[in-house]
Design a protein around this ligand. Structure first.
Ligand code: PLP
Ligand code: 3DJ
Length: 407
């Protein structure tokens, strides 16, 4: 069977085929960048219009109570929880992923007094290691990058926590979360998982693997919109013992008592700092509801089929690109990354022709397969166009080599 016929057959058999209608997507675009910015759910614009004109415009400050704005971080967190294998009171939606990493690094350090090393991987998403470096500059931590495997071999009695991204942003490679968590904990340290590239697209079972802490982006597979609030997970067993270093009033036990002394709120609420961004949380809730309605098992199963089909089609059609994502579906996230020396120009040429992926330095072409709205026909269209652009050297134009501020 040709790849075109196979794509048609797979689309016909796809139980999530109609889910694309839950999103607003331009007709002339094949969107393979939901791992960077998820698409706009159809439910979001009317919800935001209501929050703005109804709840804000008419309800004014009364909406903190009447529209339950004050509970939105916990409410959205509780909806994210089942998508990542957590209980509702273990997750809260707040701040950015970077800020939440900082808070959890400090929490881990307070849980492991006498240990100050944070282990991460070289090549981890930069914000994760920069946050460790920020703490190190204050004299509060020491960074150790694990140059080799297994990571647990880099954990000794000085290590408070290991900070890892579950699905690597460049390659899409998944860590074995259960095995790494157990091995690190056996050496007395804690693990902070960054789920930015896995939440909403792959199966996760934080409670099942006895995870300690996790964070993740709201604007990728959760479709919360540009700069959406992130989420933060703290296993119930740690919640009473951790401190939030950004001890703002929203994490206080009684914010409206206006007391001078900080008293942390019980449970996950102590991880809040300032006033929740209601517009962003409302949009994130629409994205999370959309994912939850489709169900992670169905999304994850389609993601594996999509990436498998794309990789086979690439191997059969574009021999000059090297695939750097894992060949086996088990350790592969919902993206496929390809290596080519002209990756940047190729990426620009593809975008010019309606196929939106992205580029990561120095030579990676990255394609995200958000199973909710990407079809097998889309995957095949991207492969055909990529082959055409490479074979005809259509990318070889000065305007495609000019670097934009955001890649
Ligand atoms: C693994 C990972 N962590 C964190 C972030 C970003 O964090 P923030 O939303 O704070 O910019 C990203 C992407 O931007 C990411 O890929
Ligand atoms: N957060 C981003 C942004 O503000 C602008 C452009 C891209 C992003 C991203 O999310 C990048 C993404 N985390 C990555 O894996 O490369």
């Amino acid at each position: 069977m040709s790849f075109a016929d196979e794509a048609r057959a797979l689309d016909a058999a796809d139980p999530l085929r109609s889910a694309r209608d839950l999103f607003v997507l331009p007709e002339d675009v094949t969107y393979l960048d939901g791992n960077s910015l998820g698409a706009l759910p159809r439910a979001t614009a009317p919800r935001i219009a209501d929050v703005v004109t109804g709840q804000w415009g008419t309800g004014l400050i009364r909406s903190w109570n009447d529209a339950h704005w004050i509970d939105l971080p916990q409410g959205v967190g509780a909806k994210i929880a089942p998508l990542i294998g957590a209980r509702p009171n273990e997750v809260i939606a707040c701040d950015s992923t970077s800020v939440n990493i900082y808070k959890l690094l400090c929490a881990a350090l307070t849980l492991r007094p006498g240990r100050r090393v944070i282990v991460s991987e070289p090549g981890n998403f930069p914000t994760d290691i920069y946050m460790v470096q920020g703490l190190a500059a204050l004299g509060l931590a020491e960074q150790r990058l694990a140059r080799g495997n297994p990571i647990a071999d880099f954990v000794d009695d000085d290590v408070a926590a290991v900070l890892l991204t579950h699905a690597h942003y460049k390659s899409g490679r998944l860590h074995d979360m259960a095995a790494v968590t157990a091995a690190v904990q056996a050496r007395g340290a804690l693990v902070i998982w960054d789920l930015s590239h896995s939440a909403g697209a792959v199966e996760l079972d934080l409670d099942g693997v006895n995870a300690d802490f996790a964070v993740g982006c709201g604007y990728k597979y959760l479709n919360g919109g540009p700069g959406a609030p992130a989420f933060l997970y703290v296993a119930a067993r740690h919640q009473h013992a951790i401190a939030n270093p950004l001890s703002g009033w929203m994490g206080h036990a009684a914010p409206f008592a206006f007391e001078d002394a900080y008293v942390p709120a019980p449970g996950i609420t102590r991880m809040l700092s300032g006033t929740p961004p209601i517009l962003g949380l409302a949009a994130l809730e629409c994205g999370v509801d959309t994912v939850a309605a489709l169900g992670i098992p169905a999304l994850a199963a389609k993601s594996r089929l999509l990436t498998d089909f794309f990789m086979r089609a690439i191997a059969g059609t574009c021999p000059s690109v090297e695939c750097v994502s894992p060949a086996h579906p088990e350790p592969r996230g919902s993206q496929v990354s390809l290596r080519h020396p002209d990756a940047y120009a190729i990426c620009r040429a593809l975008i010019d022709r309606g196929v939106i992926g992205d580029f990561r330095d120095p030579d990676i072409l990255r394609f995200g397969f958000t199973p909710a709205y990407v079809g097998f026909g889309d995957a095949w269209h991207a492969v055909e166009l990529l082959a055409q652009v490479i074979e005809g050297r259509a990318y070889d134009r000065p305007e495609y080599r000019e670097r934009a501020a955001v890649t």
